[in-house]
Design a protein around this ligand. Structure first.
Ligand code: IPE
Ligand code: IPE
Ligand code: MG
Ligand code: MG
Ligand code: MG
Length: 302
């Protein structure tokens, strides 16, 4: 058995090397795309390559480890989900949506390149994600790729993230029930995080029952993740989160901490994380990095 300190060091080194490897692949792939318009290229590269936490790709690689899947079989899913996520942030920041001027510690895409290029860069990153699932070289069958396209399109689109973003906008100023709010979170944020687990399962030929348990796990983690995001808007530091604080209040957003109170929201986060860890228990020791990733998220300040 490794000591706690040794296992934390091993985890940090996995986190760093996995993130670096992923960012290199992303950089190489974007460099290989032939863009027609230089400002579009700049806007797309800026949005995808400015470093975020890369949590979604990390989930994919950590889930792949449960099945001892080679990272090259997970790369298309990791690249695709991060491109969809980056596009969702570009559009989320637009004046017509959250009108947010900062993202990942830099001016948001529309501030740097204009609304026109930001809309188009978002659109382009989105379609690039699906092209990658279909064609990026990897040890995946055509059937696996088709399943992955299905998973990602449902999670990203009208029945997933886009649908949730619409509810988020429409819910402003109204009081809604706790259940309705969590339903909105599970669409706008949960759908893409759950998709990481389903995509990694599809790339790994995971048995259905295990893949379903992992989605249940992802559901708890993603709700906790969005409530944390709301808390960071209230209690976080903009120089650490890399985006404005207090924006949800300005926009009169309905958020979980606002609805049930700060302390109750923190308890909810704890309870969701502990619910998640129970779901993960039956999995083998291969889930070590997934477990540690979630412990790392529990403490997040950004
Ligand atoms: C921000 O996502 C938007 C939410 C769904 C809460 P992240 O917190 O993963 O943002 P980055 O990718 O690290 O910038
Ligand atoms: C999640 O909600 C947004 C997406 C699904 C893109 P927020 O609007 O709270 O995300 P941040 O706080 O701007 O990152
Ligand atoms: Mg938003
Ligand atoms: Mg926002
Ligand atoms: Mg937020």
């Amino acid at each position: 058995m490794m000591s706690n300190a040794a296992s934390l060091t091993a985890f940090n080194s996995w986190l760093q090397s996995t993130t670096e490897r992923f960012e290199q692949l992303l950089g190489h792939h974007l460099a290989s795309v032939s863009f027609s318009a230089p400002p579009l290229k700049e806007a797309a590269r800026y949005s995808a390559l400015t470093a975020g936490k890369r949590i979604r790709p990390l989930f994919i690689y950590a889930v792949g480890e449960i099945y001892q899947t080679h990272p090259t079989a997970l790369d298309p899913a990791a690249l695709a989900i991060e491109l969809i996520h980056s596009y969702s942030l570009v559009h989320d920041d637009l004046p017509a949506m959250d009108n947010s001027e900062w993202r990942r510690g830099k001016p948001s895409c529309f501030k740097a390149y204009g609304e026109d290029m930001a809309i188009l860069a978002g659109d382009g990153l989105q379609t690039l994600a699906f092209e990658i699932l279909a064609t990026y070289p990897a040890p995946l069958s055509a059937e696996q790729r088709l399943t992955m396209v299905q998973i990602l399109s449902r999670a990203a689109g009208l029945t997933g993230m886009v649908g949730g973003q619409a509810l988020d906008i429409l819910n402003t100023q109204d009081t809604i029930s706790e259940n309705k709010l969590l339903e909105m979170y599970s669409l706008k944020t949960g759908a893409l995080i759950e998709a990481c687990f389903s995509l990694a399962s599809a790339a790994s030929h995971a048995p259905d029952n295990q893949s379903q348990a992992l989605v249940e796990y992802a559901r708890c983690i993603s709700l906790a993740f969005q409530i944390q995001d709301d808390l960071l808007d209230i209690e976080g530091k903009a120089d650490i989160t890399g985006k404005p604080t207090g924006l949800d209040t300005t926009l009169q957003k309905q958020t979980y901490p606002l609805l049930i109170g700060l302390e109750a929201a923190k308890l909810k986060i704890q309870s969701l994380f502990s619910q998640a860890s129970q779901v993960l228990q039956p999995f083998s020791d291969f889930a070590t990095h997934l477990n540690q990733l979630v412990l790392y998220l529990q403490e997040r300040k950004k």
